[in-house]
Every structure is written in structure tokens, then in C-alpha cells.
Design a protein around this ligand. Sequence first.
Ligand SMILES: *[C@@H]1O[C@H](CO)[C@@H](O)[C@H](O)[C@H]1NC(C)=O
Length: 408
Amino acid sequence: MGQSVLLPCLGLACSLLLLLLGGSEGLGSRGENWGPQEEDQGAVAEGGPWGRARYEALKKHFGAVGALSKQYWQLLACKVWQEGCEEEQEEDESSPRPGWSLPLVGQDYLEILSAWYCSFGKCCETGDCRVVNNITGLELDLSGQLHGQHLAKEVVVRAVQGFLQSPRPEKALVLSFHGWSGTGKNFVARMVASHLYRDGLKSECVRMFISLFHFPHHNYVDSYKVQLKKQISETIQLCKQSLFIFDEAEKLHFGLLDAIKPFMARFDNKGQVDYRRSIFLFLSNIGGNTINEVALDFWRAGRAREEISLEFLEQQLRLELLEPADNGYARSHFLEENLIDFFVPFLPLEYRHVKLCARDAFLARGLPYTEAALDEVARMMVFVPKEEKLFSAQGCKSVSQRINYFLP
Ligand SMILES: *[C@@H]1O[C@H](CO)[C@@H](O)[C@H](O)[C@H]1NC(C)=O
């Protein structure tokens, strides 16, 4: 099965990619940190067998090009599917994030990337694509594995459930996740994908875009726009229910946001395609500081973080998003046009939450742990602000790698 869907991908677009990769030097030699940067709370992406087969086949194919491209594919697979991340995760903290200065600068860069996702398999032609919509499971797993996020858990479950149960939604569901990195935005997005689709992130009906990865060069925004719109409308046409995840949304060019607005607007019956059966998730750190200040104020007032209400935070987030700012979000007037249905705030994580993440990481690897080991992992993190040392500056990010130190 992997073979048949692979073929269309190995045509012109992929040869072009080989050329581009072949002609670029210097990427591998700089010894930069290419590990994953946004791995919130560990991986849950589930792999359908044929998705993996396709990936393996591609990997083999590109393996011939040499170490440089292998590294590239590994990076992409790691970012999107959190697969093959192990080898590069050691020094995750010393160097700042690399600029994603990938050697791919061709006009049709995005087309090449989308070719990597390959064309549609058979399942989508039947319009089913193995949608499972396991809301009970989503709620259960969020309760067990998402730590310190009472608001995010509640809003996401309520919003997704309400949307899926509605026989005739007025528009696509748009959720905007806000919070510091490492607080679980990525984790929740992956959870949603894996509980709505049998193949999770590898489903043909799920598309994940990472701003600096998929749209790295502002010079090519026009080309990205065309490709992005094409990919979204193709997915929507072939799937009865689609999911689009935009990671690092604060770095999305406003031109791109503008281009996809029609997919999220109220259905006017004029267009040919019905976009109402799709879910858009935007993950950004916009408003992260506002959320943290609210959490800190509650703590200083001796109140439990669970008392923080969505209404209060949403109001604060709206105010911040309405401020003129440099991000594409503000410039695209997303908010004014009421495209966002729910704001999903992710609170900063405390010491006890980091310990829970460490526990999960041990459990996920089937390793025994002690309370002392969990404390030791948590103590490796930096806590802010300086005086209180209350919140983990990195959330639970890289906690799962840190338990490597405890391996025998
Ligand atoms: C729903 O999700 C839960 C938790 O992940 C899982 O145990 C259960 O088997 C799933 N149910 C179906 C029908 O996939």
C-alpha cells in the first residue's frame, strides 16, 4: 500500500528536491543543534501502519542522497511526527534555536514539501479516511496526561465535542492556543489529531504546518499562499472532516493568514466547497506573558490556579491581541473578524507539574522511577520569576530527554 501512494510523490517534485538538496552545502557541517525545539510534554502521535511504510520508503529513497538530506528528513519527521528525534536531542539548551536556514529556497518549496506528504491515498476517495472522533478518549487522556491546564482541557473538549455533534455547523471550528512554550499546546494538538483520526497526525486529513519550516522565506509569501490554499482546499474536498494545525502561528506572515481566512469564515453558500467540517488550530506564544502574569497574581493572592476563569483570561487575551503588534495575527485582523471561536489559554507550569511530566516520561519508556528522580529532573529546570521561582521557564519541554541522565 505504501508503494502505490508513494509513486506520485517521486515524480518531478521530488527530483527537484534531490537537486536542491544536492546543490546545497554547509548545512550539515556547522554542527548546530538540530534537535526538536517544540516538543511539548512528550509524544502521542500514533502511527498508522501505512503512514509509517510510506515514511520508511521515502526515507530509504532519500537516504541515497547522503547524510545532509537524511538530516533534513529526520528533522522534518521529528518536527511533524516526533519520529527519529532521538539522535539529535543531546545538547538542547546551549545553542539558541537555529534560524531554520534551510538550503531550500526554490519558488516551489512548499509544493516540494507537500509532495512529501504525497498525494491522497485511497481512503480519502471514499470520503472516510478513518475518522474515529473518540471524544471520551480525548477527555480521558487529557485528564491523565495534560498537567496543570484545567482551562485548556475543558475548552478543547467542549469545543471539539460541540462542533462534532452539531449537525450543521455555521463555520469551521477555529481554536487559538496561547501560552509559553512547553506548556502543552503541541501536546494537545497531537492529542486532538490522534483521537479524531485513526492515523493521527499521519492521516491524510490532518495537515500540520510549522511556520518557519514550511514558510521560511518572506520573499516567497505569494508562492506559499497559492500552495497553502491549494493544499487546504484539496484536503477539504477529499475529507469529510479535516484538521489543520498551524504551529508557531505568531510567526505566520499576515499574508498567509489573510489567504486562509475564507476557509474559516461563515459559510455563505456561494462557494462550491463546504468548509464547515474542518478544524483549525493555531498554536502561538502570543499572550503568554499576560497569562503568566494572571497566574502569578492569583498565586500571590493565595488563590488556587484552578480559580482562574476562562472569561477573565479571554478578556485579557483579546485586549492583547487587539493591540497593534508586529505579528501576523494582529495585522490580519483575525480577531476583529470573529474568526476565532475559542481562546485556549495554557498556564505556566509549576514544579509539581514538571514532576508529573517526568513521571509520564518514565512511564512512557517503561522505566521504574523514584520520587527522588522526579525531583531531580524537576530541579534541572529553570524557574521564574527570580524571586518566587514559581514557573518552569521551559514548561515541560525537554523533560522527556532529561530522564536520559537516569538511565542505567
Ligand atoms: C478511545 O480512546 C481511549 C483512550 O485513548 C482508548 O482507550 C479507547 O480504546 C479509544 N476508543 C476507540 C473506539 O478508539
